[in-house]
Design a protein around this ligand. Sequence first.
Ligand code: PEP
Ligand code: MN
Length: 348
Amino acid sequence: MIIVVSPEATPQDIDRIVARVHESGRQTHLSTGSERTIIGVIGPDIPELQDMFESVPHVESVHRVTKPYKLVSREFRPNDTVIDVGHGVSVGGNEIAVMAGPCSIEDEEHIIATAFAVKAADANILRGGAFKPRSSPYAFRGLGEEGLTYLATAGKLTGMPVITELMSVRHLDAVAEKADIIQIGARNMQNFILLDEVGKLRKPVMVKRAPSGQIEEWLLAAEYILAQGNPNVILCERGIRTFETAYRNTFDINAIPLAKSLSHLPVVADPSHGTGKWKLVAPIAAAAVAAGADGLMIEVHPNPDHALSDGAQSLTYASFEQMMRMVTGIAAAVERTLPGVGAPAAAR
Ligand code: PEP
Ligand code: MN
């Protein structure tokens, strides 16, 4: 249930409404906008409560949220959420965030060189996997904590915030210490204990859609994190499994405008995993930006032929730069900007 507070209410009036909600045995979640304060009531919606809250002074209106997810819904928060991920970068505003880097961190020199290359092409967030979910137990599974250290060094040297995957609660402290954004991988979208744990932090979390995750399940996964008190959640569409075998996954372009209409959270597109083929990455990145994506996640490798994971979908430095130029034009058509565009040359 959502309580819309009258515009003239003072902070004390709001406290009294919140106290009344707590008396009813429900929790609250406050959302303070420039014109309106909205109080989210967490707990089962029942009509009697709606009538009761409507009679509390300074309550303008009370709405029942029809969707199973509440805090992530547009009904709950009509304005887009903009998430500050550190180092002066945010996700969800007019500027489209560009997260780029290798699938896996392979060694220190590799992640540092890739970081400088993607930054030179105007990426503003560095990606790199240290704990890798691999289909085969014999494949390269990442450098683990050593990789996190290299990633943090590359982030510091280039001044970029870093994103990396957390696969297990066991690694939570290590990942939270080194990462600016914690990635919940597609395979862990419904690892509810992991979602609860990252919900207890304030650090931004990006939740990738599972290969067979329905939109509602994906939004409910994000709801787990917000329900624990962490409002800094980013959604990421990375392709779903369909009957088609001509490419690795089917990038679900529909998911972008739909998730953005159902939720106020930023939506990032990952055309690398969404296609599995480097030649498809730029056109699908462009399509995602045209469809309203707030960010891109792109795998880039200095030498994709020799990548320890996901080489077939990784862009070279040159093809990444080319993609950025193409996407900049598409972004302008939908009145968005890409990092670096418009910034004074000295700041780049
Ligand atoms: C990745 O980002 O490298 C990754 C493993 O992604 P996903 O969880 O979408 O497969
Ligand atoms: Mn990958």
